[in-house]
Write a protein that binds this ligand. Structure first.
Ligand code: URA
Length: 204
């Protein structure tokens, strides 16, 4: 998928996509939400029931937890961009299958290249494996800073894992809070984005 296209054009393509079987069961495609010029992008796994109904990622319980975690580090949800590895809800919230991930990958890569975030936070195993392109386990890599295509990638647990984590929920919550503190520090350390050339040359 060419990145000479706009985010709106890629989103319009995705809205009618039938590249994989997930298209048959969806209410609508859940492409992404947030600032198209965000420095910070979150990638989840795939839409759930509420996301499929509303067409917006992370609006259910996991999304509310994500919004809370962002608030705790002083970031509003509309300052970031949020999307998923697969844009259509897997039936019964099952894991996305490899061919479904492959079919949707060009949309995700186009989103990354068009939004051009400086930091990508991958939520859970699926997003982390797709972005880092390695079969890593989230428990091992969470909280580390990786470099991928000139951007920083920080993997952390998926918020749904905390909500359904049973006995591990409180340790996973502590780990995610630690990872969000790493994220806040990483954002604070980013060099400022250079001003547009016209501004640097005093043309406006
Ligand atoms: N879980 C995800 O991975 N994505 C959503 O949009 C909602 C829940």
């Amino acid at each position: 998928m060419s990145s000479s296209r706009t985010l709106e054009e890629v989103g319009a393509d995705a809205a009618t996509c039938t590249r994989c079987r997930l298209s048959a069961g969806r209410t609508q495609v859940v492409f992404g939400v947030g600032s198209p010029t965000a420095d910070l992008m979150f990638v989840g796994e795939g839409p759930g029931y509420h996301e499929d109904k509303q067409g917006i990622p992370f609006v259910g319980a996991a999304g509310q937890l994500l919004t809370t975690l962002l608030g705790e580090i002083g970031i509003a949800r509309d300052e970031v961009y949020i999307c998923n590895v697969v844009k259509c809800r897997p039936p019964g919230n099952r894991d996305p299958l490899p061919d479904e991930i492959d079919a949707c990958r060009p949309y995700l890569l186009a989103q990354v290249s068009l939004i051009d975030p400086r930091i990508v936070v991958t939520l859970g195993n699926f997003a982390t494996r797709v972005i880092l392109d390695r079969p890593v386990g989230i428990s091992r890599v969470r909280g580390q800073r990786f470099t991928w295509e000139g951007r920083m990638v920080i993997p952390t647990f998926h918020p749904a894992a905390i909500l359904h984590g049973g006995g591990q929920a409180s340790s996973q919550m502590a780990a995610v809070r630690e990872d969000f503190a790493t994220l806040r520090a990483a954002l604070a350390e980013l060099p400022p984005t250079p001003a547009p050339v016209e501004q640097q040359l005093g043309l406006f």
